[in-house]
Design a protein around this ligand. Sequence first.
Ligand code: ZN
Length: 352
Amino acid sequence: MRALRKTRPAAGAELAEVPVPTPGPGEVLIGVEAASICGTDLHIYGWNDWAAKRIGPARLPYTFGHELAGRVVAAGPGVRHPEPGEFVAAETHLFCGHCGLCRTGKPHICQNMKILGVDVDGAFADFVLLPAHNAWVVDPRIPPAEASIMEPFGNAVHTAFPSGADPELTTSTVAILGCGPIGLFAVGVARAAGARTVIAVEPNEFRRGLAKEMGADRLVDPAQEDPVAAVLEATEGLGAEVVMEMSGVPTVIDQGTRMLQHGGRLSLLGLPDGPVSLDLTDQVIFKEARVFGVTGRELFRSWQQTTTLLATGMVDVRPVITGRFPLERFEEAFDAAGSGRSGKIVLSIGAG
Ligand code: ZN
């Protein structure tokens, strides 16, 4: 089969021929139809400091990519669900199933987590192995060509609706800081959830345009206006009830606390490179702000919510999918994904 491999600890990747893997106990083999490019894949492709440290040269060569949809073609011993022929998307966080968190209903924060396409061979290939319990059968109302984005869409859903979320999105002013693909999905989710006003903050003009298409009411270019002032102005000086931080930029996280209403909720998805300085006294403690760290998707609540939002048409993700390339044109695909003039880029691999 074809597989897009990291073969050297340097920028780039190589399309290689490798054997089709055989599913072991509890695993399914999926014929990949579509796989989309995540920011993580850009880091791995470019082999930046994070990739060099997190993956390292000892793991090479290996196949990367993790956002995928495809058809189950074979099941290993002991697998009862899903069955060969079923069309699935992949939960890419490979939880152990036996740690304390897995056993108490929180496998998304498993203490032994591995990640598809980072710790094990991934999805930029004709076939990929997946634990059967990580396969999510895709609702037939969701077009197969859009199903590979269920995984990052689920990140947006988890950021929007973490367990215990208070305040809720409905009737709230919601500020979304950073409109990469997950931020753009979050704009659509907030709109669908009945937010009063959705304010999207994004320096990139192209992406502000996508945020508008996804339903943002107010677009803020932080190079032109102060996002905190813009949110306060839109809320009669009160601030936003919900802020979703998608950028990971320390100054933006600080702004997120300052634009938050008393009793508001700050959901943090973006990953800063290092420690961040915040005014906890005035902007978090005296406000009784609720700060939620968000990782992955709640299993499998976020997938159920994602299915509802996409299958019923409550959110239309088509504006965010700005490019499709066959696997052999991966270089163009990665250039597009890293260009800043893109939303989500999808690699078409098999029938997809
Ligand atoms: Zn676990």
